[in-house]
Design a protein around this ligand. Structure first.
Ligand code: NAI
Length: 285
């Protein structure tokens, strides 16, 4: 199946990155969010990213304009969905929000369209089940920041069709990424391994074993991680980290996945990490 028109739903950190990379690969992109203000923010983020690439000499001004010209923003779901060959959903990590969205998208998209979710941990099979096309629903899990990170986890739901899998694998390659096939279990592979480590790092802070800076130093200098787990949690978004831990906890029913109370407290305070200017570290100037 030939993909030319890509619709990205959710213009946050991931959605804007996915839109940028798709347009960079020559695809026509529609970028949707609930409010026009969020759409504009997403487009601005893409503009800034591309301008940085021009400054570094990795992109010409014309190429930048070409990429931007291939992205159209909208806050109307019907317009976003109408001509899509594939929809990549990147809204908040909440099963109810995602299933509601897929329920709405299904009748709005052309019959041939693939519905993909960028979810970090939620069951693709359950999201697919609310649509009339479960065989055309799949997980396409990009990493943050999307323009930089090579991996895309391609997640087969229980009903995902073979042709759909192959199309998405090929699309990821076209976008300059390296797809890896995984099956549909909570957290897939990436976050089943990463998130318990981040949660444990937050426990060490919670229990007073060490300050966030010290935890990050241990993992950077001692384990050769390029970024400490607490910094990474702030970067991912503490709300997203909490949602993922809850999905693992619920999905496996194993107490080893219980989210750290300190993580919960920060999320309740609205300290979500870099995106809100404050998390375990302070990013306000
Ligand atoms: P974000 O909070 O930066 O962006 C989410 C966007 O979705 C917001 O702009 C919000 O207005 C919009 N939104 C919410 N409900 C919507 C709806 N019904 N229709 C349209 N737009 C809606 O979150 P982020 O970090 O971009 O995460 C998005 C998804 O990507 C989540 O499922 C997350 O688990 C996943 N993900 C996140 C990664 C990360 O490092 N932050 C890495 C890989 C995947």
């Amino acid at each position: 199946m030939n993909i030319q028109k890509v619709t990205v739903i959710g213009a946050g950190q991931m959605g804007s990155g996915i839109a940028q990379v798709a347009a960079g690969a020559g695809l026509d992109v529609k970028l949707h969010d609930i409010e026009e203000e969020y759409v504009q923010k997403g487009l601005q983020r893409i503009g800034k990213n591309l301008a940085r690439q021009v400054e570094k000499g990795r992109l010409t001004e014309e190429e930048k304009e070409g990429v931007l010209g291939r992205i159209q923003g909208t806050n109307r779901l019907q317009e976003a969905a109408r001509e899509a060959d594939i929809v990549v959903e990147a809204v908040v990590e909440n099963l109810h929000v995602k299933t509601e969205l897929f329920r709405q998208l299904d009748p709005l998209c052309p019959d041939h369209a693939i519905l993909a979710s960028n979810t970090s941990s939620l069951p693709i099979t359950e999201i697919a089940a609310v649509t009339q096309r479960p065989e055309r629903v799949i997980g396409m899990h990009f990493m943050n920041p999307v323009p930089v990170m090579k991996l895309v986890e391609v997640i087969r739901g229980l009903a995902t069709g073979e042709e759909v899998y192959r199309t998405v694998d090929e699309l990821a390659r076209r976008m300059g990424k390296s797809p890896v096939e995984v099956n549909d279990y909570p957290g897939f592979v990436s976050n089943r391994i990463l998130m318990p480590m981040i949660n444990e790092a937050i426990y060490t802070v919670y229990e007073g074993v060490a300050e966030p800076e010290a935890v990050d130093q241990v993992m950077k200098l001692g384990m050769n991680h390029p970024m400490g787990p607490i910094t990474l949690a702030d970067f991912i978004g503490l709300d997203t980290c909490l949602y993922i831990m809850e999905t693992l906890y619920e999905g496996f029913g194993d107490p080893k996945y219980r989210p750290c109370p300190l993580l919960r407290k920060y999320v309740k305070a609205g300290w979500l990490g870099r995106k809100t200017g404050r998390g375990f570290y302070n990013y306000e100037r």
